[in-house]
Design a protein around this ligand. Structure first.
Ligand SMILES: Nc1nc2c(ncn2[C@@H]2O[C@H](COP(=O)(O)OP(=O)(O)OP(=O)(O)O)[C@@H](O)[C@H]2O)c(=O)[nH]1
Ligand SMILES: [Mg+2]
Length: 277
């Protein structure tokens, strides 16, 4: 299976963002804490030299140890980065303070473009900063359809539809983006990406699946067994793998499998693998 995750409107989005960058003083780049590299846009940096700040959302769903290491990594690369749990409003004060200090030469409030791949929390961030439910929010990609300016204390924000243009060749990245619902559920095979997740969890977070679904024997096929235990059965007692995958996917996305980061921080992947078995 190849995930077609670069629909035509994303090409237009790239053209659009170039235009939008001309209208602003700086950029808030929103990334998902579960994917601190895969959810970044590979080309954004090359499109502008305007000041840019990374806002890492959904830290409540990510592995705190990994988040810490990723923040250190990005800071070492010269990035300004703030970690947030937007559902709790955490980090908003810090963002406001940073923005207040970032443009000392400006005579008016700074104008900022909020960018990021679909479903990372751009609109939620804007609502937090404006203290209004001005921008539409939803747990699926593509909620925001057009751009709009919003006023917040001390800043003007430009909300735009999720932009995502890929490293085309990298299907591993595509799978991870699908898992966090940044790619529409219709364009990939759920069973296949959940198999990827199950395999990843068994290596990187041993025990996460057992904690939720009960322990497994070595010879059991995990996804099938989860389906059996959760009553995802077709006629004749055959496990419905599609339904089983949907259960695991939902549990992952809502944090029921624990705090999990899908991009291992630099240096940690091999360490995990060495201690995994
Ligand atoms: N757990 C958790 N969920 C969050 C956080 N921030 C946002 N969300 C949820 O993530 C989902 C997507 O949020 P949106 O603000 O609509 O994301 P967006 O980037 O504007 O998405 P598009 O407009 O589709 O590109 C919503 O269900 C939010 O409630 C967070 O820090 N933690
Ligand atoms: Mg939005």
């Amino acid at each position: 299976m190849t995930i077609q995750w670069y629909p035509g409107h994303m090409t237009r989005a790239k053209r659009m963002i170039k235009e939008e960058l001309k209208l602003v003083d700086g950029v808030l780049e929103v990334v998902d804490a579960r994917l601190p590299i895969s959810s970044r846009n590979p080309d954004l940096r090359s499109l502008t030299s305007k000041p840019s700040m990374m806002v890492m959302t959904k830290t409540d769903l990510a592995d705190p140890q990994q988040t810490k290491q990723w923040i250190e990594h990005w800071k070492a690369q010269g990035e300004t980065i703030i970690a947030t749990n937007l559902l709790q409003g955490q980090g908003l004060g810090e963002i406001r303070q940073m923005i207040a200090k970032a443009f000392p030469q400006l005579k008016r409030v700074p104008r900022l473009l909020v960018v990021g791949i679909p479903n990372v929390g751009k609109s939620t961030l804007i609502n937090g900063l404006t203290k209004r439910r001005a921008a539409g929010v939803g747990a699926r990609p593509g909620v925001t359809k057009g751009k709009q300016w919003l006023s917040a204390p001390g800043m003007q924000l430009l909300d735009s539809p999720g932009i995502l243009w890929p490293k085309f060749e990298d299907q591993e990245v595509a799978k991870r983006l699908a898992l966090v619902a940044s790619i529409r559920d219709e364009v990939f095979d759920q069973v296949e990406i959940v198999w990827w997740l199950v395999d990843f969890l068994e290596r990187q977070y041993p025990g996460a699946l057992a904690e939720r679904y009960g322990s497994f024997e070595a010879d059991q096929t995990t996804l099938e067994e989860i389906g059996r235990r959760r009553g995802c059965l077709l006629r004749g007692g055959v496990v419905d793998l599609n339904q089983a995958a949907a259960v695991v996917l939902k549990d992952f996305r809502t944090g029921k499998l624990g705090q999990i980061t899908l991009d291992p921080s630099p240096g940690s992947e091999s360490d995990h693998e060495n201690t995994g078995e």
